[in-house]
Design a protein around this ligand. Structure first.
Ligand SMILES: [Zn+2]
Length: 308
């Protein structure tokens, strides 16, 4: 399941190719993904311009200019478990290596949607959505109703947005007896944080996944305030993952035009039974061993020694 950094990486990779581009045509090869495609989807998009590509939580938001006499729309897309977009230059471009790897007309079995775009420079590209497991989806809503759309309206604050910080976190978690991990996974409080990054952020902040969430607003012992450590750790973990994804993305595009996910090493996630990697100021390594616990049906990885 792609998490926020993967989706942000996909957005950053796609944006230069789609923002400002006109949709020449849309080839839709199935009636549905996880949900049916919007009615007359291809027909409604053809000829319109993509003004911007943004992200809210794990949704990619394609802001599409109004058709003649109509209203601007937002296309809400979700990658599900296995969705990916790839950008393929039109044949005849012949500049980007890999242009021939996805020759026109030879669609893979899981290429469900093919948007032909014309950039502001006149060059044509295909943006192809591939999704073997089809848990992804695309919906359309008038841009004016986007903020109140049922998928969007209840979403918590963006961890990479300006509103996110120690004060907000302390306020959101104030009085909550739920475990810190559960509070961080609660999408109505902070959005887009999945299991992997929550485990990593809690380790980096040195906070126990099992501590009551309300406790981060209170100072305990010396050192930086827990809310400060947690807010920094969340942003840091996400930003490092996005940077790692960015480099993977560039490598990918050089070889086969693929835009997708990346893998990188984690400090605690998936490291059950391995030594903790925290080095104390004294230079000594933490003597903890990473433990795996099932918490609300999901694996929590943490160090019982240094996460308090
Ligand atoms: Zn440790």
């Amino acid at each position: 399941m792609p998490e926020l950094p993967e989706v942000e990486t996909v957005r950053r990779g796609l944006a230069p190719h789609v923002e400002g581009a006109r949709i020449v045509s849309v080839t839709q090869r199935r009636a549905d993904l996880r949900f049916p495609f919007p009615e007359r989807f291809a027909e409604r998009l053809a000829g319109r311009r993509i003004a911007a590509l943004s992200r809210r939580a794990k949704y990619l938001l394609w802001h599409v200019d109004a058709p003649q006499g109509g209203e601007p729309d937002a296309l809400i897309s979700h990658l599900g478990m296995s969705g990916s977009f790839r950008v393929v230059p039109d044949s005849g471009d012949g500049i980007t290596p890999g242009a021939f790897a996805h020759a026109r007309g030879i669609a893979g079995p899981h290429d469900h949607l093919d948007m032909e775009l014309q950039g502001e420079d006149g060059r044509r590209t295909h943006v192809i959505y591939n999704d073997p497991r089809r848990f992804g989806f695309m919906l359309m809503t008038p841009e004016a109703g986007l903020a109140t759309h049922k998928l969007i309206s209840g979403i918590g604050i963006e961890p990479l947005g300006n509103a996110f910080g120690p004060d907000t976190l302390a306020r959101l978690f104030d009085g909550k007896a739920a475990p810190l991990k559960a509070a961080l996974l609660d999408q109505s409080l902070v959005c887009g944080l999945g299991n992997i990054y929550v485990c990593e952020a809690l380790w980096q902040a040195g906070l126990s996944p099992f501590a009551p969430a309300g406790r981060i607003g209170t100072q305990q012992g010396r050192g930086p305030h827990p809310a400060v450590r947690l807010a920094e750790a969340v942003r840091d973990v996400l930003n490092r993952a996005i940077e790692a994804g960015g480099s993977t993305l560039r490598d990918h595009r050089q070889t086969d035009g693929q835009l997708g996910y990346f893998q990188h090493s984690f400090h605690v996630y998936g490291r059950e039974g391995e030594p903790c990697r925290r080095r104390a100021r004294s230079g000594r390594m933490c003597r903890g061993v990473i433990a795996r616990t099932v918490q609300s049906g999901r694996s929590t990885f943490h160090c019982p020694i240094c996460q308090r």
